[in-house]
Design a protein around this ligand. Structure first.
Ligand code: PGA
Length: 266
């Protein structure tokens, strides 16, 4: 009986709900208010992992205000050098000392507007892990790539180039987020079946290069117009281990409803 219980726990993946605030809100006062609301609304939850990723200028206030809660703080980007003459950049040790535990890497908006390549993403992951930050590595195809049927090739290239040469241990401290570009901020969500199919594919890619236990334990989040009313349908799929939420995380009420959907499945 006891052995059965241990095995079950080992195989069970948690749900991780992360909120990506992007370039919002405009003032520190509003960031503070959002943190206060999150602290209240998220207090009842005890199982799902919760991460909020404010803009750089609000990181320290979020860390301060959410100290002692179950909410972890993540950044939205970093540069791979630790220090030096790189005007405008921010490094892993800076984020770590500000109190971050996670960092989003390779978001499609970074790839599209700031020309980040798979190579850049790879360097950023290595830098983050060197300083014990958990990377949330974003991958996903554009609408054109999906319509022309190459979406799995695109995602395979993004995943394999990002994780190239990494150790099993490094993979245990990394999260992948599948975010179809056509579903981000558009109100269009991948159907649960479309999302699950890609998540299963990503897990199979991990299994090609790493052990079954690493692939079984890997948290793979879905991102792209996740809202309280579609969260449960997405999160209940076997290979969907959480959500990376954009628009809906700017309201503590809707973000907490998404966390609730995750928590109820645990
Ligand atoms: P969205 O953004 O929820 O507003 O679609 C998701 C993301 O970009 O991470």
């Amino acid at each position: 009986m006891q052995v059965e219980l241990i095995d079950k726990t080992y195989n069970m993946r948690n749900k991780l709900i992360a909120g990506n605030w992007k370039l919002n809100p405009a003032t520190s006062d509003s960031a503070l208010e959002l943190c206060r609301q999150l602290k209240l609304r998220l207090a009842p939850f005890s199982k799902a992992k919760i991460v909020v990723c404010p803009p750089f200028t609000a990181l320290c206030l979020a860390v301060d205000l959410l100290k002692g809660t179950r909410i972890s703080i993540g950044a939205q980007n970093l540069y791979w050098e630790d220090s030096g003459a790189y005007t405008g950049e921010i490094s892993a040790p800076m984020l770590k000392s500000a109190g971050c535990e996670y960092v989003i890497i390779g978001h499609s908006e970074r790839r599209l507007f700031f020309h980040e390549t798979n190579e850049n993403v790879h360097h950023k992951i290595i830098a983050a892990q060197r300083h014990n930050l958990i990377p949330i590595v974003c991958v996903g195809e554009t609408l054109q790539q999906r319509e022309s049927g190459v979406m799995k090739d695109v995602v395979m290239e993004q995943v394999t180039e990002a994780l190239r040469g990494m150790s099993e241990q490094a993979l245990q401290n990394l999260v992948i987020a599948y975010e179809p570009v056509w579903a981000i901020g558009t109100g269009k969500t991948a159907t649960p079946a479309q999302a699950e199919e890609m998540h299963e594919f990503i897990r199979s890619l991990i299994l090609e290069d790493f052990t079954k236990s690493v692939s079984d334990q890997m948290l793979i989040l879905y991102g792209g117009s996740v809202k309280p009313d579609n969260a449960r349908d997405l999160l209940q799929n076997t290979n969907i281990d959480g959500a990376l939420v954009g628009g809906a995380c700017l309201s503590a009420e809707s973000f907490s409803e998404i966390v609730r959907a995750g928590e109820e499945l645990l």
